[in-house]
Ligand binder design. Structure first.
Ligand code: ATP
Length: 224
């Protein structure tokens, strides 16, 4: 906490409002996000979690690995090609184009390892329209991991996975990013893997504080 008070925040909002057209989506939002924090966003459907993630993402898109709710995968391309797209900004267009047609050995090895970590090694060369919802979600996570950024933003990134997979994938995301801001509806994952909770309701922050001391029932209360 003291360290946070002294460091410059990565993200900062001070009594800010977010309007889309004439509609106010987020009201009077004040928060800071510091490097190293693992923050879970909770709240009922429509509370404003996706809007807050998108708003903060727009502040520093270049340094964030984003896994949005709508995965944005390209159906006709393979899992490999979709994951590779997470790293497009690291190279020029000729390298990228060539790699999409004939994968470069180093990228191929890297993405093959990543796919194995995500449990989709056997799906790597299939077009993603042939995959299940959970497999597609892991491809989208692979694409975010392949961005290799210090900050991860995820909008319900493990919602299509079974409990055991959710646990494994969330641990992987936490291991590979310094700072995380993730929306989840799963109370157990929220309590076990994050150190700060931001609870939203009707576009306002109703709680922003440490996870320690909170129970599953307390989290349920934020959905009441
Ligand atoms: N482009 C838009 N134009 C107008 N209203 C919008 C727009 N996008 C979102 N909203 C509204 O903003 C509110 C917050 O939506 P948001 O998607 O951020 O909620 P959420 O907490 O992520 O919900 P969920 O858990 O269902 O994903 C909702 O009332 C939604 O209808």
């Amino acid at each position: 906490m003291l360290q946070n008070a002294l460091s410059t925040p990565l993200f900062s909002l001070n009594h800010a409002n977010l309007d889309i057209g004439r509609t106010r989506i987020l009201h009077d939002i004040s928060l800071e996000v510091h490097a190293g924090e693992k923050i879970v966003l909770i709240g009922p459907s429509g509370a404003g979690k996706s809007s807050l993630l998108e708003w903060l993402y727009q502040q520093q898109a270049g340094s964030i690995a984003l896994c949005p709710q709508a995965s944005g995968l390209v159906d006709v391309l393979s899992s490999y090609q979709n994951i590779f797209m997470g790293g497009l900004e690291r190279h020029g267009s000729i390298y990228n184009l060539w790699n999409l047609i004939r994968p470069h050995i180093a990228d191929r090895q890297h993405i093959t390892r990543l796919a194995a970590d995500l449990g989709i090694a056997d799906q790597l060369w299939k077009s993603v329209d042939q995959l299940s919802g959970g497999q597609r979600q892991r491809v989208a996570i692979g694409r975010a991991l392949f961005r290799q950024q210090p900050v991860f933003f995820g909008d319900e990134p493990v919602s299509a996975l079974d409990p055991a997979q959710s646990e494994i994938i969330l641990k992987l995301l936490i291991e590979r990013h310094q700072t995380l801001l993730v929306s989840l509806h799963n109370r157990r994952l929220a309590l076990d893997h994050f150190d700060r909770v931001i609870a939203l309701k009707h576009g306002r922050i109703q709680y922003d504080g440490p996870v320690s001391g909170l129970t599953s029932d307390a989290l349920d209360g934020f959905y009441a």
